[in-house]
Design a binder for this molecule. Structure first.
Ligand code: HEM
Ligand code: HEM
Length: 145
């Protein structure tokens, strides 16, 4: 098996789960508008939580997959520079986003601080994913794919 035949899986996977993440963020922003900006909005809580889990678990698995592919191709961890380090940051933030989301989902009560931290962590990680599209494209260029 040639590892280069599998190169395209990781980018395609990450783009798909990042897009799902943006849909989840759009649902979350409705909640933010009602919690912090005093606007009347409907928040599909269980759809947000279900698709949010899918998006974050997908991104964590895709990031681990990229790292495993790099280990297979180049026999080392985090050898791609910024792309790899940003990936590590994304995975750590996704774990925090998942943990805070689970608390908000399972112990619902009136609060403002934790939802704000949860929202900011997840929006930051999605922004880092977009930055990583740029650096990931450089790796593909360097590989000549
Ligand atoms: C891509 C992933 C996610 C994004 C971008 C995201 C974003 C957000 C945002 C912006 C808010 C509003 C925060 C506020 O009003 O201050 C929110 C609220 C919420 N999120 Fe997420 N979220 C994600 C994943 C999850 C997950 C995985 C869960 C559950 C396991 C979850 C459960 C919740 C709940 C229950 C609320 C409402 C909190 C409340 O009403 O007090 N989210 N989310
Ligand atoms: C959600 C955004 C993304 C994250 C968090 C992410 C994360 C990672 C990580 C952690 C690695 C291992 C790096 C190392 O060990 O040095 C990696 C490898 C790689 N990434 Fe990404 N990545 C993302 C999106 C992309 C995109 C959009 C592309 C292409 C346009 C891309 C192209 C690559 C390539 C070519 C590799 C080498 C191995 C492989 O193809 O699986 N990545 N990525």
């Amino acid at each position: 098996m040639n590892p280069r035949d599998f190169i395209i899986f990781h980018p395609a996977w990450q783009v798909a789960f990042t897009l799902l993440g943006f849909y989840v963020a759009w649902l979350g922003l409705k909640r933010l508008a009602s919690l912090h900006l005093g606007r009347q909005t409907s928040f599909p809580r269980s759809r947000h939580a279900l698709l949010g889990k899918l998006a974050l678990v997908g991104l964590i698995l895709g990031t681990a997959g990229g790292a495993i592919m790099v280990r297979w191709l180049w026999r080392g961890w985090l050898v791609t520079g910024v792309h790899g380090w940003l990936g590590l940051a994304v995975a750590l933030l996704a774990l925090i986003g998942l943990a805070t989301g689970l608390i908000l989902e399972r112990r619902p009560k009136s609060r403002k601080g934790l939802p704000l931290v949860h929202g900011l962590v997840n929006l930051t990680l999605l922004a880092l994913c977009l930055v990583n599209f740029y650096f990931g494209d450089h790796i593909l260029d360097a590989l000549g794919d």
